[in-house]
Write a protein that binds this ligand. Sequence first.
Ligand code: NAD
Length: 269
Amino acid sequence: MIRGSTELVAIVGSPIAQVKSPENFNAWFGQQNQDRAMIAIDLAPDALEEFIATLRGWRNLRGCVVTVPYKQQLAEWLEHLSPRAAALHSVNVIRREADGSLSGDNVDGEGFIKAAARQGFVPGGRTALVIGSGGVGSAIAYSMAEAGIAQLTVVDASRQRADSLAGILRDDFPGLSISTHYETLAGFDLVVNASPVGMGDSEELPLPPAQLDTLSPATLVADVVTRPEITPLLAAARRRGCRIQTGAEMAIAQLGNLGAYLGVTPLDI
Ligand code: NAD
């Protein structure tokens, strides 16, 4: 129950009815007997600037998770950005500091890495292919670079997006080997679909089907798409004997990263 004393956090985006964070956080707050609650805010684009001004003075709202389509726009108006949020011009969590200033980070990649660690994958010294260089793909690639991956291949249907991400990674991680094309999946320790391909009933793969023949059973294959849980890519990888990681696993793993940044949960929940 929300009381006068309840400390609030929010998730902001548009549309918002589909998000799972409120039920996940509120269930956890309830189990922990905490006087906290998450509310969902469906914000119109022309209200963004006023929302940021309100956030600075909204004393019982500690901060908010940010979802599509505002991750880039809201990053422009914050006083403090983490190095990865600044490099990617994107935030998925904002908190108000004691002096009323706002700080932002993007923990999509941290959530992905935590889920991969649960599959036994540690980035240090490994090789990975990230398909999709949009918001989530960029965050995953950047966090893997921060975590010491040795070689990263980033590709996108838009060549310009992949090149732009590769440029950011080359600037910030000069020791990292970066490529924007691949001939075979052999040799990758991790293959991630970070594009929306495979959502719903599409049955689409984010790579040419013949490439699947080059996939080694030793590779961890991950998808960020949450519906269906087992995407066509994950189903094909499982048939080849690969370990798989679902989009839902990434979303669940990331709850603690979001909550810890907001100061309302431990890092691992
Ligand atoms: P985005 O629009 O920012 O980026 C998607 C990118 O995929 C674009 O750059 C696009 O050009 C590229 N793309 C499309 N088709 C492609 C193809 N066939 N091959 C290569 N690249 C292709 O979107 P986003 O915010 O990065 O979200 C991507 C997906 O991640 C969505 O399905 C979203 O629902 C999901 N998501 C999952 C989680 C999670 O926790 N599991 C979190 C956030 C987002």
